[in-house]
Ligand binder design. Structure first.
Ligand code: NAD
Ligand code: ZN
Length: 352
């Protein structure tokens, strides 16, 4: 679990004082910042760069890759004599996952690809701080960093992955576009649905999942919240949704969304939405609610993205999705292979 967290509008300004006790002589803080803030001088002025601290803008255009992590680590190691005092990731799931992975790889040999899987990391990561600027993924709280590698899209799941400190300032999410707000917010809703309806469910996951699920209904279907309240509640829903899957698993939508992401580069949030609308046979009540949310917010979900796939691409997509064994086990139980066959996935993908 994340051991330290601050929450509240404006709490971003506490960052300098939080970091001051972690500063090691000659060792910089490296800030990885979503490049959506590149022109936002008002925001950048609030980041207090001192001594040899360095700010690196990162594009969230594509989801993080193991090769990108390796390059960042190589560059940091060649530019600085000392390992950084800390890595601070400021952005959405993309930038936060990069920050987690970079902090792990600064202290562990080889390529990030060597650590994709469960509990393969042996050495503690460099101190790392997560600061979400969009809510939903739960990346700020989870023990994984999802990376696309040479052979698979899979997380580095380890006890060293979670942030040492998280700064939850809902004000930072103000600039997010409506569609992106919805897609990333639905990632949270889908985490809850998949956790609460999964066979791995337990009291720990359920308690967080139910809270996050209720918050999502209030935010996306209710009419009473101010924008400010809604931003704060979605930030907490994301946190609780992430906590819920930490002790269970995600399910059908995530397994299939990974396939879309691997072959077409479809981003996680929108990919989940594309898939989820066709999953009534698995999650009937929640797919109906999801459709109400889509209609209420006038969001357009991309259609026909699998129409022009080659046979080879479709097969890869199916193989990647089928490879997510723990997700299927959670969703459908030990006998999942009787329900989810390559033909079944083909039929579903071809609807999308
Ligand atoms: P993202 O980080 O990819 O960002 C989406 C878009 O929103 C980008 O264009 C970004 O620039 C923009 N954006 C972010 N903050 C903004 C702001 N304040 N104002 C304006 N624009 C802003 O989106 P995401 O949905 O948060 O993250 C997706 C990634 O998270 C994927 O790579 C996925 O694999 C990962 N993920 C990780 C976990 C985990 O537990 N580690 C869980 C779920 C998803
Ligand atoms: Zn997700």
């Amino acid at each position: 679990m994340v051991p330290k967290v601050v929450f509240g509008e404006g709490c971003f300004d506490q960052l300098s004082s939080i970091l001051s006790s972690k500063k090691k002589e000659k060792a910089p803080f490296i800030y990885l910042v979503d490049n959506v803030f590149e022109e936002d001088t008002k925001f950048l002025d609030r980041i207090n760069l001192r001594f040899n601290d360095k700010l690196i803008f990162v594009s969230a255009e594509e989801e993080p890759k193991t090769s990108q992590v390796d390059t960042l680590v190589k560059n940091i190691k060649s530019e600085f004599t000392y390992l950084p005092s800390g890595i601070i990731g400021i952005g959405g799931g993309t930038v936060m996952d990069l920050a987690k992975a970079v902090s792990i790889m600064l202290n562990n040999k080889g390529s990030a690809a060597d650590y994709q899987g469960w509990d393969l990391v042996s050495k503690k990561a460099v101190y790392h701080v997560g600061i979400p600027t969009i809510s939903g993924t739960g990346a700020e709280v989870s023990r994984t960093t999802v990376l696309t590698g040479p052979v698979r899209k899979l997380g580095i799941n380890s006890d060293f992955t979670p942030f040492d400190q998280v700064v939850l300032d809902p004000e930072l999410t103000k600039g997010v576009s409506k569609n992106q707000w919805f897609f990333t917010g639905m990632d949270c809703f889908i985490h809850c649905v998949e956790s609460l309806n999964g066979t791995f469910l337990n009291a720990f996951s359920q308690s967080y999942g139910e809270k996050a699920y209720d918050l999502c209904l209030e935010i996306f279907l209710g009419d009473t919240l101010s924008e400010k309240e809604s931003r704060a509640k979605l930030m907490m829903a994301s946190w609780h949704g992430g906590m819920s899957i930490a002790y269970s698993q995600v399910g059908v939508a995530h397994a299939m969304s990974y396939g879309l992401g691997y072959v077409l580069g479809t981003k996680h949030g929108v990919g989940n939405c594309i898939v989820f609308q066709y999953l009534s046979e698995f999650y009937p009540k929640d797919v109906a609610l999801f459709k109400q949310m889509v209609a209420k917010h006038g969001v357009t979900i991309p259609q026909g993205i699998c129409q022009n796939l080659t046979e080879a691409q479709l097969n890869t997509m199916i193989t990647v999705a089928l490879g997510m064994v723990p997700l299927w086990e959670n969703a459908l139980g030990a006998d999942w292979e009787k329900v989810i066959t390559p033909e079944k996935l083909r039929e579903l993908y071809l609807k999308m």
